[in-house]
Design a protein around this ligand. Sequence first.
Ligand SMILES: [Zn+2]
Ligand SMILES: [Zn+2]
Length: 155
Amino acid sequence: MNISIEDLKKLPGEAVKYTLTAAAEQLDLADGEVEFLEPFTVELLATYSNGKINLEGVVHSKVSLGCGRCLKTYVFPLTEKFCDEVQAGDMAVLDIGDWVREAYFIGLPLKPLCHEACKGLCHRCGTDMNEKQCECSIDEENHRLSVLKKLLEEK
Ligand SMILES: [Zn+2]
Ligand SMILES: [Zn+2]
């Protein structure tokens, strides 16, 4: 994911727009754990001035993640911004791969959830409680009631 610094230097003070694309493999992000449904796209504004390059970018991708509660896979649309400034020096090109990788790791959820209110799986029977209520919770309720009843009867 290179941009030409030589070209940027010809337009000092001007924000130049780039749209760059790279597959996860090209960015060394394909570790086999996350399934990438789309290549990474970066919308970048780069400005050269006074020997420095200002970078403002938005990274997009789509990955398939496993929900931490119900274990189902779901599509996570990743969007993450980055902003930085680097010394141009006498570089001819600048690889923005590092910023993309960083944005990706920041953008990934720590606790992936298919949706905020996911009810997860029943810890007893494994039923997906988003789909239906299993017997366990009803059983537990009945059990509590019968224990209570017994206590009352014993008095
Ligand atoms: Zn879920
Ligand atoms: Zn259950």
